[in-house]
Write a protein that binds this ligand. Structure first.
Ligand code: URA
Length: 322
């Protein structure tokens, strides 16, 4: 399929999802489709494709001027090619590891993503990682978080929870915010949801030590309340800088806050999951938060499909030596 056809199909999908705004050039879905020679469809004039940054897509036309001029977001040196993450074996993962996620009789091979890698976010978020561009390692980020006063959460938290795992990980997982267990230990995802996350990681033939795990917020919101927008704005530059330094091949966003923060969207998780997005050029898959999964077992199957998609994307990147 050529690039124009890919882009046309992608725009049609986004229109069907009712998304809004083509960010860089203000084309509506209909205008973009007309340019591509498509007919039909039923969007209203106000319906616009969200967070499509053509310059950051493989199937896109000429980069708009502002992204072409934007400096590279990755300050870290080129990541050497490394065999850190084993490719998935041809056989499906061990059943035992999957039982928390899906029934053994369920199909384990979902339909392939219809289109890959056209939804992106990043460059336009307020502040980006700029406040922390000088931080050159995850340790420096952690030390800065330990003294952070950018929002009031430090005052009620016991410990900062900067993130944990392989600093050179190919697979990076982003959650929402520390809970009580994480606050007590200073480590993300160590409570009940964390144990389920460990099973999910192992179900795609990775180990917790292989991946890097971080949250949008680095201090616990009191009583596990939802993050406030001002807290996300204050804290997300740490996450952005962590992603720049880890330079994963795949990002997995767990739950609404992680997904909406990284993709700069208000779309629901139901609309965001099940497909490949891009965050500053890095493939990103959205799925349900493990805590939500514990409350709603019906989301096990879609979660399993999402993490399999993420694993396939990782395997593709490893095979390509990216
Ligand atoms: N939920 C999250 O989003 N992050 C954690 O670290 C723990 C629970």
């Amino acid at each position: 399929m050529d690039a124009r056809e890919s882009l046309r199909r992608y725009l049609e999908q986004r229109r069907d999802l009712g998304e809004s705004e083509l960010v860089l050039d203000s084309l509506s879905v209909e205008e973009a489709l007309r340019l591509l020679g498509a007919t039909g469809g039923g969007s209203t004039p106000s319906q616009r494709v969200s967070h499509v940054r053509p310059s950051q897509t493989s199937a896109a036309p000429t980069p708009p001027a502002d992204t072409a001029a934007r400096p590279a977001t990755r300050a870290a040196p080129a990541k050497p090619t490394k065999p850190a993450t084993p490719a998935a074996p041809a056989a499906p993962p061990a059943r035992e590891a999957l039982t928390m996620i899906t029934e053994p009789s369920e199909p384990t091979t979902p339909a392939p993503a219809q289109l890959s890698a056209l939804v992106v976010g990043g460059g336009s978020r307020p502040g980006g990682a700029e406040p922390f561009a000088q931080l050159q390692s995850l340790e420096e980020i952690a030390a800065t978080i330990a003294g952070c006063r950018r929002c009031p959460l430090y005052a009620t938290a016991i410990n900062p929870v900067p993130g944990t795992g392989n600093p050179d990980a190919d697979f990076m997982i982003v959650g929402e915010a520390p809970g009580a267990n994480e606050d007590a230990q200073g480590v993300p995802f160590v409570g009940q949801a964390g144990q389920l996350l460990t099973k999910i990681i192992e179900a795609i033939n990775l180990r917790r030590d292989d991946v890097f795990i971080a949250n949008v917020l680095k201090h616990r919101p009191p009583g596990n309340r939802n993050p406030e927008p001002a807290e996300v704005t204050a804290c997300s530059p740490y996450l952005i800088r962590q992603i720049e330094l880890v330079r994963p091949k795949v990002l997995l966003a767990l739950g609404t806050f992680a997904a909406q923060t990284l993709l700069e969207t208000k779309l629901t998780i139901g609309k965001l999951r099940g497909q490949e997005h891009r965050y500053n050029g890095v493939p990103l898959v959205v799925t349900y938060h493990p805590a939500a999964l514990l409350r709603n077992p019906a989301w096990k199957r879609p979660t399993w499909e999402d993490v399999q998609l993420a694993r396939r994307i990782l395997d593709r990147a490893l095979a390509a030596g990216a």
